[in-house]
Design a protein. Sequence first.
Lengths: 566, 185
Amino acid sequence: MSNTATTETKPAAPAIEKIKVKVDGRELEVPKLMPDWQGKLVPTTMIQACELAKTDVPHYCYHPKLPVAGNCRMCLVEFGTPALGPDRKPVINPDGTPKIAKSPRPAIACATPISPGMEIYTQTPGVKQMREGVLEFLLINHPLDCPICDQAGECKLQEYSVDYGQSASRFVEPKVHKPKAVDLGPRIVLDDERCILCTRCIRFTKDIAGDDALGIVNRGSYNTLTAYPGKVFDNNYTLNTVDICPVGALTSKDFRFQMRVWFLKETKSICTSCATGCNIIVGSREEKVYRYTPRENDAVNACWMCDHGRLNYKWIGRADRLAEVRRQTSEGRSEKTTWTVALNEIAEKLKKAPHGSVAIVASARQTNEEFWLLKKLADKFGALTDSIGYFGEGDKLLLNVDRTPNRTGARLIGICQANVGIKMMVIADSIKVGKVKTLIVFGEDVTKSSLDAELLGKLDTLIVSDILPNETTKRAHYLLPGCAHVEKRGTFTNIKGRVQKFMKAVEAPGDARPEWEFLHDLVYNVTGQDGFLTIEGLFNEMAKDVPAFNGLTWAGLGDTGVTVPT
Amino acid sequence: MIVNRKPLTLAERLYLPAIVGGFRVTIRHALRSLFGGKTVTMEYPEQKWAVPPDYRGAPYLVKDQDGHTKCVSCQLCEFVCPPKAIKIIPPGPAGELADRPNAEKMPHEFEINFLRCIYCGLCQEVCPEEAIFLLKDYSLTGLSREEMVYGKEKLLALGGVHGGIQKWKHKLEEAKEQENFPVKV
């Protein structure tokens, strides 16, 4: 792991005093102060100490990235502090250990700070009884509709019911019925009966998303979560409330009744909808992507992701995906061919191409490895290279104005300039005057930029790799079907220079192959340079070659990536 | 331990007594079934066994006493099915509404591949809605593989009605009683 490449040049944090506490009889040292939900240093709480001790304390309302509410009472634990004698000095047991005065009452672990010498007990019969009691109260009005509840399988109430629940309810009165299938906003459905009033969603939308839209009305058992009257729960972060809802009260309209969560294969990936590069988990089953959920990475997206990125996955399974290698015959007809034939023919043509007669338009949605292989081709022919930028409106939380995941990577490797697309006009002019005869296009519809259909007609060879059909793929002499990011492995460099890897979740349709695979073959055929046949080797080779990535290794990236100087 | 084979006696070496003995048994059974009035075989396709009450035959979907689909597409049977014979397509957000007003959900498609089914009964055991039962059918035939994959409509038609406690209906009635409480302004 290369720490040299990390540029998180925060001022060295002052050494935090460590204090000794005991969790279930095991002594450990924990920092006196720990970051709260805003990252501010505050006294460490018992639940944080238990987490450091790898002891699980069940909880509903506590969330490390949200303000502490302390209302669910599930995290009640027993504790004791060193007893003080009349002289205000610790009382010492005969064996030399300090005498512990056990607190007569339990405390909620999420909101009680630790003190030196404190002992926390999480497994005593009393604690177990308290958890059972809290759970019994929660289940009084909670409907037993797990068969139709989307949360089933990832429901905290279900999990803790298995651990601390009773087999039968002692409650004989009818349950309180509340509104069901409430339309909270364009992406959220609320089932009030299932709500356990933990207020995680309220705190998230008020304090993180900055849209104070949700609240609880009525009293006692009739407490009801609702949106502010007349207000629609609609901001770019609403679906995070579905993730943090410990039960099935808030469900996603997009994922509602689509698939049971226990069938979903979870693959670590990166969101490609903007340059922030939020870490995500792709939920897929039988080669179909069902949902994206955020994956925790404090250096990028904490526990959140925006709705814009989360719902941008449906194009992956589109029926018109390019799945055949095609080439244009001498009569101008398009015919199906094989990878070997197409790559050999392209290599032959490229080998004959004079210096400066090739141009490459790459997509900022491609991976670092693919850029590097393209750069090798470009260097061979002195080719003009550029990419196309996509910009939209950003927001202050996660969504970046740059809507491509890897423009930084393209710049660092030398595919495009800081001002993306600045060379597109040069490429267009070179085609116009007949200097550039071969154009390689990856994942872009260049007819929408300065290279219109007429210009493309002037080319001798147009090599296009893409995922979905468009005007450029229609005109391609060689059409090479590529992969979506969930169908291959690779790395992206986000806007802040964090190099993050993503894994393969589903198989690509038909003959489509990951771009880095066939680019590797092509580079080998054309330049004779052999890279690596595995993505790991390819990345490591690239890291040696590209100055910005020096010192990185595929394994060293870990799950959360490494920041490089941009 | 080695048991040495005894040498055959003369009668045994002749085989004839054994053959005669065999014929005696055959003729006894033939005469008994001709004149004894008691048959031990059955004209199978026309006549069928009365299977025992706990027999595990083909799993079919059942309807409740109101004629509504009981399955809520929870997919536990699909999960538990050892040979992966069950395939359920959930309704999705825009799918058809459930027959029963409060159940919210029913399968868009429900297929059992009877070429795969091993009649283990785990689907019936796991079903939280009592919507699938192993009934008495044991002889399922078809002329093609596709024919042996039974869809939702076919399974429901074969399964018939199997009443129960109708919990979703009760919940709805209970909720209706509470509609005016807490008092609305």
